[in-house]
Design a protein around this ligand. Structure first.
Ligand code: NAD
Length: 281
């Protein structure tokens, strides 16, 4: 047989050698992108806003807070455009409106991180209807419909990447910390990213989740105040014997948004100091 074997689109089957010229820095660059971050007014979402801004992306933050944390103002120092939108992700009309406004003001949406979330830490038998419903509304419905709006805008441009912030609580529970509604809502998020990764793959929209372990934020500080025993657990249980920092999530977010992960979808990245694989004590 003569000639060269080709793929359906005419690309030669023979392995390409662009690895010699393309740089890891180029693959990880988000230069010229626009990334929407829900729950980016503080906490993990705000740290991820700094990560994507450093990588060159404009940032549109959606959060229910009246004002974002004071550090938000420093995002502009990276030479990108950053704008804050006060929106409640449990309000469908607000979600549709804000994604439309962002797509107009930033000329499109390339990436989206859904980090808005709330926790409910109490025994199963004490969970009330309204507070449990609130967790599902923010963590599940908010994530679902923000991702839906992001995907609509990405589909019209033929590409995009969505990262959903799940949690180690999606896959494991520890007796000292009772949060069945929260854990189940994060399992929803993790499963959603698998389903969307498969459904949106043909549109070149990638969907992945990040499952952090115990990360130092205001959320964990509050839990620690209520229970010193829990705070001890946060540092003792992970095999790496420490809590995670928000900086531990920054590289993963940039990787999953960028071309460096162009063939990665429907996957979950567990950033837990090893806790998902085994508990130290
Ligand atoms: N901190 C951790 O250890 C940890 C671990 C695993 C997963 N997570 C997840 O990471 C995400 C961020 O957590 P964090 O620790 O930074 O908490 P955080 O409370 O500091 O940040 C959550 C943000 O979501 C916003 N938010 C809440 N309800 C909203 C609503 N209805 N509409 C819009 N915004 C809303 C809050 O205003 C806040 O800015 C959450 O989804 C959380 O479940 C956190």
């Amino acid at each position: 047989m003569n000639g060269e074997a080709t793929l359906r689109d005419g690309t030669p089957v023979a392995a390409d050698r662009t690895y010699k010229t393309c740089t890891v820095q180029d693959l990880l660059s988000l230069e010229g992108n626009t990334t929407v971050i829900t729950g980016g007014g503080r906490g993990i979402g705000l740290a991820l806003a700094f990560a994507v801004a450093q990588a060159g992306s404009n940032v549109a933050v959606i959060d229910a807070l009246l004002e974002p944390h004071e550090d938000f103002a420093e995002l502009k120092n990276f030479g990108i455009k950053a704008k804050y939108y006060k929106v409640d992700v449990t309000e469908h009309a607000q979600i549709i409106g804000v994604f439309r406004a962002i797509a107009d003001e930033f000329s499109g949406i390339d990436g989206c991180i859904t980090a808005a979330g709330i926790v409910l830490d109490k025994p199963f038998l004490e969970h009330g209807w309204d507070e449990t419903m609130k967790v599902q509304m923010v963590n599940q419905m908010g994530t679902f419909f923000c991702a839906q709006e992001a995907a609509k805008h990405m589909k019209s441009r033929g590409k995009g990447s969505i990262i959903m912030i799940s949690s180690i609580a999606a896959t494991m529970a520890i007796p000292a910390q009772t949060m069945p509604a929260y854990g189940a809502s994060k399992a929803f998020v993790k499963s959603l990213s698998v389903h969307l990764g498969v459904e949106l793959g043909p549109f070149n929209i990638r969907v992945n989740s990040i499952s952090p372990g115990y990360i130092r934020t205001d959320m964990t500080a509050k839990v620690g105040l209520q229970s010193p025993r829990l705070l001890e657990l946060f540092t003792d249980a992970p095999p790496m014997k420490k809590m995670g920092e928000r900086t531990d999530l920054m590289g993963a977010a940039v990787y999953l948004l960028s071309e460096a992960s162009a063939y990665t979808t429907a996957s979950d990245m567990m950033i837990t100091g090893g806790l998902h694989a085994g508990r130290f004590d």
